[in-house]
Design a binder for this molecule. Sequence first.
Ligand code: FAD
Ligand code: NAD
Length: 463
Amino acid sequence: MSEALDLIVIGAGPGGYVAAIKAAQLGLKTALIEEREVGGTCLNRGCIPTKALVHASETLENIKQCNTLGLLVGETGFDFAKMHARKTQVLTQMRTGIEGLLKANKVQLILGRALVLSSSQVQVGEEILQTKRVLIATGSKPARIPIPGAELCVTSNELLEGEGRFYKRLCIIGGGVIGMEFASIYAALGCEVTVIEALERVLPTMDREISQNLAMILKKRGVSIYTGARVSGVLQQDEGLVCQFEDKTGQKQIACDGVLLSVGRRANTEGLLAPGLDLQIERGQIPVNGQYETCCKGIFAIGDVIKGGVQLAHVASAQGINAVHAMAGKDMPIDTHVVPSCVYTNPEIASVGLTADAAKEQGTEANVGKFIMSANGKSVIENAPRGFIKIVADAKTDVVLGAQLMCSRATDMLPILSCAVANKQTVQDLLKAMYPHPTFCEGIGEALEDVHGGAVHILPKRR
Ligand code: FAD
Ligand code: NAD
């Protein structure tokens, strides 16, 4: 039996490793158990590898357009294996960085599969570790649907593995975040992409105008999008696969080389708990209270594995930071109700807080300011695709309730507005600052001005 720890964290994704480092900084003697690679889904099979491919494919698109800038470039093309080699180089560099941080913060990293015996004992292989508390951060894995031929489909894991899978004709089941990011990447590489979405629009949780614009932009790039569609099966044929589905207009089938299943993610709780441990699990997910404690005292959970959470890397990290603060008897520093959400399509999409529709639904009268980025100098200089910035503010108090952006650098600009929503700042608060020229951020200033009809670079509305 080893010496007791203050905390054992299970899973070294962005939830677990950040929580472990923060716990150590707060003075807790902490161990982190990971069965695969440090960095979890996010670093190894999620956020970072996809964005490495997004960056490469967008660079190719930009090079193809560089004639407009007066540049002459010879033959363009790509080497898929080299794109993936670069991706792997990025992951390895970042993984080494995290391992160094864990060591420097004196977090004990244990490689192996954890089995939770109780709030004070965790088993890894033959060893039983003693602890005062356990934090479960075991994340999630791709969900599958029970259709004939499901075993012929790949998930984001396979598309991102090793040298990746290149499909000249890719059919994507599920037009959510993963589906649309891969649609954007593969379309930029000149592939024939088809998206099949069950609901009435792609990115169904985003602002309606964003969904419609994205669908329109991708269709112009040759992507076929079917919404309100029900997939019935995937068949193997001599020349490849066939994906069968039905939409409002009837039965359809698409011939393709690969089918990506991107229909959501399931929590990782299988085989995690020792038989007899009475920890409540609902549909594979772990319910927690406001301090991230499960129904078993001393066992906490955060990130993709918890019930009702938003499955994002920064959300997992924020929950981890809050959870260990609560364990150390301190106030939780982050407002986890304000969740910034980004989609790395081309153009980028970023959203926080309430949309105008959501404000209306909850009975809040709201003013909306909107700026079309084709009037933004930096967007014109960079020949950026069509885009806009929308700000939603409370009509009575002028407090910023939310923002939706669809334009170049939307994801990097969003934090200005997340800070405003989290700190309940008003439109006037945000207009006290100047927005430097020429920047994409000037669009935020103009959208804020437009909340009260005072934007300079928008034609006056007819009275
Ligand atoms: P995970 O990152 O899943 O980590 C859990 C870890 O626990 C894993 O390493 C696993 O091996 C380990 N583990 C599981 N069980 C055990 C056990 N019994 N013992 C030991 N170890 C165990 N989010 C964003 O915010 N931005 C993005 O751009 C983004 N892009 C994404 C793209 C893709 C393709 C995917 C799939 C996801 C993306 N996400 C993105 C979501 C993001 O990756 C997850 O929300 C995030 O990784 C969740 O973090 P986590 O720490 O809860 O779990
Ligand atoms: P998702 O929930 O975003 O999208 C799944 C989509 O599949 C939905 O639109 C749903 O209506 C559709 N769907 C479900 N069943 C279907 C069926 N049988 N046929 C057709 N369509 C069907 O899930 P995802 O795209 O798999 O992503 C999983 C998680 O990973 C998300 O929660 C997301 O937050 C996270 N993620 C985030 C980012 C980012 O932040 N940029 C990128 C990728 C993934």
